[in-house]
Design a protein around this ligand. Structure first.
Ligand code: HEC
Ligand code: HEC
Ligand code: HEC
Ligand code: HEC
Length: 483
């Protein structure tokens, strides 16, 4: 697409915004002091249903998030990530952590509360921070409880309080001011992190907001060591290597070293979260100023004539005409879709390679430990295991299978394979000195992978990852339910 077309698109966008901005929504009846139309709803309204009468079109569109339908690599069906066609080695790679017990593909916003309530990663020790991206009650809770919110007990304090407040899953008030319907960011960690990076958040443009409302939840984060506060690791940049450097310096200095210790290799590990915001921002579309809403909330005609922003947040591959056609109207959309699938196929295939090497690296280090190799050498190999896993996990946890930044994702997977191989090299040199039979070792690794693959009960897969040849290395710690 040429710059000219993109410029024309921005003009068109401005025009659509002007007409929708002045639309005679029945709800815009009362005027506030500034002369701006308001809804008459309370500023504290958190129930989706309260918006239904005034905004039936957006509400009905929102209800489409119930639909469950998969695309080739993604989609909305509730499925385990351990499925053979997804990432069957995860119960080994997350061994010792809750993600080896249950880990599902993401699905529609309307399911957020149900899914957090049911996932087996939530335990009696889970904290409030786990609830942050799921419920409309969060902004008010943070206001009331201050920094006590983050570390409050999930089961005993946070969930009952949310129910009492009448929480909805991710809803209108999370992105809109209920009085004016202006877009807003409601998760304080987001602006805090952007400001720490030197971004001025006092006056974001409308186009920024069309990404920020999503960016407040769809990103990489960790829980602060001191009070479990949600923190985004961005001060060194958005790329996987920038965030890794942040974790190995600033986060460590502030007392956060790891999410858990691998039960296979004894390595202090990091778990990545869904970094859609970071990945998109450093990709082709993000750099060209395309917003999340451009693709995920295309304008559509409903009721025969009215134009609204789609509130069905799903795969844009289901709505190529409205999502992509607005800018790529000069291209054959079937071919454009094939191009997306090609990008994804290459990425997913490289991801599987990276996970495979990463898995082997964990087992090599397990063998170093049980063969009595020198501690310093084990630590050296563990640092490469940690890096190897980080650089694929940050891509695996991202939900577009490479599309949001095809080149950046491939780069990260390449680094992953290189680091995991480095760990294997260090281990091999030491194991040879100890007279370990390497052929037997590689056979045992393949057997362990196969055993995890063959175990049909998802929760038991993690147990198949350890055996008498590869004994468990660390106590199992329950994980907070990051998604
Ligand atoms: C240029 C268009 C485009 C932009 C901009 C874009 N996405 Fe996507 N997104 C896609 C495509 C294409 C997929 C892959 C869908 C598939 O595989 O079915 C996707 C996938 C996703 C998924 C997973 C969907 C699923 O079915 O599981 C999420 C979540 C997501 N994007 C969030 C975001 C967020 C948040 C932003 C902004 C930070 C963003 N996207 C920006 C096109 C876009
Ligand atoms: C995840 C964020 C998000 C949520 C949740 C959300 N919206 Fe929106 N909404 C947007 C964005 C982004 C726009 C586009 C605004 C723009 O570009 O000016 C929008 C636009 C609108 C508009 C303006 C007209 C239009 O269609 O563009 C209305 C009215 C609206 N939303 C109502 C609702 C209602 C009602 C709900 C709850 C059922 C809701 N929204 C939930 C992000 C959200
Ligand atoms: C308050 C936090 C929050 C906000 C704001 C938010 N999301 Fe989400 N989003 C989530 C969570 C949590 C899930 C996974 C829900 C589940 O699996 O139960 C999700 C899932 C998704 C999916 C996957 C749906 C599927 O069918 O698989 C897409 C696509 C998506 N979000 C896009 C967006 C876009 C685009 C925006 C901004 C307009 C946005 N989200 C704003 C938290 C949020
Ligand atoms: C708001 C405008 C906009 C939207 C919406 C948009 N794109 Fe793009 N797209 C661009 C721009 C700008 C580029 C940068 C490169 C260029 O000039 O061709 C680009 C580049 C691409 C490329 C890389 C070039 C290539 O041919 O390999 C692909 C693939 C692509 N877009 C697919 C999509 C898909 C699929 C969608 C819908 C899910 C989409 N785009 C939605 C503006 C957009």
């Amino acid at each position: 697409m040429s710059r000219v077309r993109f410029g024309a698109y921005l003009l068109l966008l401005a025009f659509v915004l002007i007409i929708t901005g002045c639309s005679n929504d029945p709800g815009e009846k009362t005027a506030n002091a500034a002369g701006k139309k308001t809804t008459g709803l309370s500023a504290d309204e958190i129930s989706n249903e309260a918006f239904k009468d005034q905004f039936p079109l957006q509400y009905n569109s929102y209800m489409k998030n119930k639909k469950m339908e998969d695309t080739k690599y993604n989609g909305s069906v509730k499925r385990s990530k351990y499925d053979p066609d997804k990432e069957p080695l995860l119960p080994i790679l997350f061994n010792g952590y809750g993600f080896a017990t249950e880990y599902n593909e993401d699905r529609g916003h309307v399911y957020a509360l149900e899914d957090i309530r049911n996932v087996k990663r939530i335990t009696d020790k889970s904290v409030g921070s786990c609830y942050t991206c799921k419920s409309t009650a969060v902004p008010q809770m943070i206001e009331e409880m201050g920094d006590d919110y983050w570390g409050a007990n999930f089961n005993q304090v946070i969930w009952p309080k949310g129910e009492e407040m009448g929480h909805s899953p991710i809803g209108c008030s999370d992105c809109h001011d209920p009085k004016t319907m202006d877009l807003r960011v409601t998760r304080p960690s987001f602006y805090k992190a952007l400001e720490a990076k030197g971004v001025d958040t006092s006056n974001p443009t409308k186009n920024d907001m069309r990404t920020y409302v999503c960016g407040q939840c769809h990103d990489e984060y960790y829980f602060a060591a001191s009070n479990s506060e949600v923190i985004y690791p961005w001060t060194k940049g958005f790329k996987p290597e920038d965030m890794y450097e942040y974790y190995n310096t600033i986060a460590k200095e502030n007392g956060f070293e790891k999410d858990w210790v691998s039960n296979i290799s004894g390595t202090p590990m990091l778990k990545s979260q869904h970094p859609e915001f970071e990945t998109h921002s450093s990709g082709t579309h993000g750099k060209a100023g395309v917003s999340c809403a451009d693709c995920h909330m295309p304008y559509e005609r409903v009721d025969g004539k009215k134009k609204i922003s789609s509130h069905w947040w799903t795969s844009p591959l289901k709505t190529m005409q409205t999502s992509c056609g607005q800018c790529h109207g000069d291209r054959d959309l079937d071919k454009l879709k094939d191009r997306v699938l090609e990008i994804q196929e290459a990425n997913v295939s490289a991801l599987h390679d990276a996970q495979n090497v990463s898995t082997s690296a964990h087992y090599y280090v397990n063998k170093m430990i049980t063969s009595g190799v020198d501690q310093a050498k084990i630590k050296e190999a563990q640092e490469f295991v940690r890096q190897g896993q980080w650089f694929w996990d940050i891509i695996a946890a991202e939900n577009s299978s490479g599309f949001h930044n095809p080149q950046g994702s491939m780069d990260s997977l390449r680094i992953s394979i290189e680091r995991s191989n480095k760990a294997i090299q260090i281990a091999t040199a030491e194991l040879v000195k100890k007279g370990v039979n390497l052929e037997e070792l590689t056979n045992e690794i393949e057997k362990a992978k196969q055993a995890v693959f063959d175990e049909k009960v998802n929760e038991k897969k993690k147990d198949a990852a350890v055996n008498s040849y590869f004994p468990a290395q660390a106590p199992v710690v329950p994980a907070p339910p990051k998604k």
